[in-house]
Design a protein around this ligand. Sequence first.
Ligand SMILES: [Ca+2]
Ligand SMILES: [Ca+2]
Length: 301
Amino acid sequence: MKKTLTVLMVLLVAAAIIAAEPVLRSSSATATEGKKAKTEESQATVQQKKAAINADLPLEKVIDLGSEVNMVVIFIPAGQFEMGSPASELKRDEDEGQHHIKLTKPFYMGRFEVTQLQYRVIMNENNSKFGGDKLPVENVNWYEACRFLKKLSDKTGLKFRLPTEAEWEYACRAGTTSAFNTGTTLDSDFANYDARKPYADGIVGAYLDRTTDVGSYPPNAFGLYDMHGNVWEWCSDIYDEDYYKVTASIDPKGPQEGKAKVMRGGAWNEYAYKCRSADRNNRWPDHNQSHIGFRVVLEIE
Ligand SMILES: [Ca+2]
Ligand SMILES: [Ca+2]
């Protein structure tokens, strides 16, 4: 009897190890990535705080949406950066050619993707596929996002809009030049995406098959959450694959003509390479899908 029990115990332990294996993470790798991200973060964070003090503006603002619902926006400093990806970046696309961009004005950006609760309070509707107040609103097309921003602006007397593509990437990178703002890889502890297929020397992780509450993963150096993954985020720009070849280097607003709109950052159902800071994607503006949402920009007048 005792021998049978021992054999059973050994089998159970072995089974537990095998079950844990596919999502097993090396803690030393996580620590190294965390440290790397932190070193890069601190510079951008210092610059952000300094710029807010110099402009005599708060680092974050709490916007009252009514019905005891708030939205927090974060101060993003003016600055310069290399937009796009270097030719050496793995799994990059041809439309990401690197070019220097200067953003001359600071702005505020939503700390989180717009949530279902926030969307419902302003629009009295919510057609998201996944249900939950703290989940990002999705299944929301570009026109609907703009209507939300218009209503929010009317209600608050402030000027809300979608980020430009350049503002979005600048805010996502927060001073980093690597493929992700977490470093050279994106592991499933850092974002909600399909981590069954790792990027570069990344580790295989989980696929949740759904959105997650906003802010479930660590923020970037500017204090923005879910810039990689969860839901794709609409930008104001029209998409043109050749735009980077002719783009204005100061405060670019996107091409004049075209139908599709830019979306950025990847989503819960995408592999890591689609969540890269430089990756560009697009959809027609009347396109509703359960992996597309948005985040606000509040202009500083
Ligand atoms: Ca996102
Ligand atoms: Ca792309």
